[in-house]
Design a protein around this ligand. Structure first.
Ligand code: KG4
Ligand code: ZN
Length: 339
């Protein structure tokens, strides 16, 4: 007799086609991610190209996830899929595929908000972790501080007024001619650089302001680079990368810690693609230790977009029988939201 409940999860919100098999104890059996390298030439994700690539890859990626987990479709107990936020055409591929699977298998369909998925990625290594916690969600499109009490009970207490933190990394890398996605590239250069080489602005740093802003930072990076000649930039690439990385991280860490002090938070989660940044992971851990607050960050493989996190977020919904109907639709709207 089958001992565990298995969820097949799908994620197609941006440029990664991903499928995972996870059980309801948060054990991941497979997490296949097919990253679309085709966007690199364009310096960012091309939405129409992303949809077409998802369409091409999704069956293959799903089959790989089942094969790696050594399960057949008939052993799956539920199908979970991210329905927002993201690129609408890209999301629609995952949602349509998930709906057909759920219908054909006669199994429940579970809709997951992608950003809630990022938060639940933390549960894969910490299945017993219980809210309340303060979450810093940082990705290519989002920068939000979330006071999280339950899957459908949370409050956004701070958010970016313009660019997201990941975008600040991506746009800086583009200005430096370093390619896309910028975060991992900037991090690599920054390892050998001096973070005090140049001071880039930290916006909205008034006490009690928990919102973020990175558009002034982006302009400051552009203005600074325009004033330097190319050989200076090439010589000091590592120093410039370290300086701008520090500026972004300073804003993220100080706002999070200040809010945690004010709200007497005991647990902080950092989630989303930018949480893969080692310097951010180190800094937030150091600062949180000073205020006796615990920090939980997903393992590196679950920080970037992946389907295992969508499956992880679907588990509570499965037990609450919070299932979606077959008229479920994707929507692109930004932000951490209730569904
Ligand atoms: O969550 P994610 O994979 O996709 C979105 O939902 O947006 O996040 C992608 C973002 C990109 O902006 C990327 O540059 C950033 O996460 N990122 C990083 C690192 N790895 C990815 N930023 C800083 N340091 C990293 N190591
Ligand atoms: Zn994401």
């Amino acid at each position: 007799m089958k001992k565990e409940l298995l969820i097949l999860a799908l994620e197609t919100s941006c440029d990664d086609t991903s499928a995972a098999v996870i059980n309801t104890d948060y054990k991941v059996f497979s997490n296949i991610i097919s990253s679309q390298t085709q966007h690199a030439d364009f310096g960012g994700v091309v939405p129409e190209l992303a949809s077409r690539m998802h369409l091409k890859n999704i069956m293959f990626v799903t089959q790989q996830a089942l094969d790696k987990a050594k399960v057949s479709l008939s052993e799956i107990d539920a199908v979970a899929v991210s329905i927002n936020p993201g690129l609408i055409g890209a999301l629609l591929v995952g949602v349509s595929f998930a709906k057909s699977l759920a219908y054909a298998l006669e199994k429940p369909l579970i809709a997951v908000n992608h950003m809630i998925g990022h938060i639940y990625a933390t549960k894969i290594e910490n299945p017993n972790l219980k809210p309340p916690y303060l979450v810093l969600v940082v990705s290519g499109g989002h920068t939000e501080l979330v006071d999280f009490r339950r899957i459908n009970d949370f409050q956004i207490v701070g958010k970016t007024l313009d660019d997201a933190a990941g975008e600040a990394f991506d746009k800086s890398a583009k200005l430096l001619g370093l390619g896309y996605p910028g975060g991992p590239i900037i991090e690599k250069f920054a390892q050998n650089g001096d973070p005090n080489f140049h001071t880039f602005p930290r916006a909205l740093n008034k006490k009690g302001d928990y919102n973020f802003s990175f558009s002034g930072f982006k302009t400051a990076v552009r203005t600074y680079l325009e004033k330097q000649n190319n050989s200076f930039i090439q010589k000091h690439l590592a120093d410039i990368a370290a300086s701008l990385q520090t500026a972004i991280i300073d804003s993220l860490v100080s706002k999070t810690i200040n809010y945690a002090i004010m709200a007497k938070t005991k647990k902080i989660i950092v989630a989303g693609g930018v949480s893969a940044n080692r310097e951010l992971r180190k800094r937030i851990r150091e600062e949180a230790t000073r205020i006796e607050c615990k920090v939980f960050i997903p393992a590196l493989e679950y920080c970037m977009d992946n389907a295992a996190m969508i499956g992880a977020a679907a588990i509570e919904k499965y037990f609450e029988q919070d299932f979606a109907d077959l008229d479920l639709n994707a929507f692109s709207k930004k932000g951490v939201r209730r569904l």
